[in-house]
Write a protein that binds this ligand. Structure first.
Ligand SMILES: [Fe+2]
Length: 267
């Protein structure tokens, strides 16, 4: 069945230099492997959504290398910030014909709305009134379009205590707003470095694996899992239905080293 083909990439945690590692792994190497696999067998996409924590080191070099890697695929990319990103720098550097930090894109039957849940220098998320107002206006402007909303932080609990202290703290306001807009069908998030699928009211909410290391689902405390890096594919149909699946590299992250510099209170 045809539809709008979307690839979600998230939490690539690029470091300042390509050879650098965190937790014992080279985050860039796995990002490149994920990209290669996502495009295998001639798979094509209408859009890539990059849902935050693009960089662990939010410096020009990190974003420039990401831009170069993504440019090779010639697919439009929308980037939104995570808690580790420098959004101003992202907007300055991820700004080509194909790659941007544009907050809204309209297709024939769907609109894509990207929200900024970043709180500068805080690991947790929050949606400012301006973000909620932007969301509501976008939905009001295009009532006939189905909507997919992308945001970095999770807006529902993952049942991982340490992780849930960092979810969007005013997510109740987000969900209350969306209750009035049945055309809002899907929310996709990053931040939690794991797969998640939930339904709240008419909304289907999905968390997506990081392109590098994963957190252990339902763990009460900070815990890294050896599960493989991954990505999410979505096929959005004209009638508002959709299909989605997770792809993962065929490996186990044996080289993870938990003593290799990672602040568990700022994932
Ligand atoms: Fe992350």
């Amino acid at each position: 069945m045809s539809g709008l083909a979307v690839l979600q990439l998230t939490d690539s945690h690029f470091l300042a230099e390509a050879h650098q590692e965190m937790l014992g792994i080279n985050t860039e190497k796995y990002f490149l492997s994920v990209l290669r696999q996502a495009f295998e067998h001639g798979q094509q996409y209408d859009l890539i959504i990059f849902s935050g924590d693009l960089a662990q080191d939010p410096c020009p070099e990190s974003y420039q290398r990401l831009r170069e890697h993504l440019s090779r695929y010639n697919v439009p990319v929308l980037c939104l910030p995570g808690n580790h990103d420098d959004f101003e720098l992202m907007q300055a550097l991820l700004n080509t014909d194909m790659i941007s930090c544009t907050k809204q894109r309209l297709f024939d039957h769907w609109q894509i709305i990207c929200l900024n849940s970043q709180v500068p220098n805080e690991p947790g998320g929050y949606l400012a009134n301006s973000e909620l107002a932007f969301l509501e206006k976008s939905l009001q402007d295009y009532p006939q379009h189905h909507a997919l909303i992308a945001v970095h932080h999770n807006c529902t609990p993952t049942h991982s205590d340490w992780m849930d202290t960092m979810m969007i703290s005013n997510s109740a306001a987000l969900l209350a707003l969306l209750k009035n807009y049945p055309q809002a069908k899907v929310i996709i998030t990053g931040h939690i470095h794991q797969e998640l699928a939930q339904q709240v009211q008419h909304l289907h909410i999905f968390g997506t694996p990081s392109t590098c290391f994963q957190f252990t689902p339902t763990s009460r405390d900070f815990s890294i899992s050896k599960t493989a890096p991954g990505y999410r594919q979505l096929l959005l149909h004209a009638d508002g239905t959709f299909e989605t699946s997770i792809g993962r590299l065929d490996l186990i992250l044996h080289e993870l080293k938990l003593d290799k510099g990672y602040a568990s209170d700022n994932p």
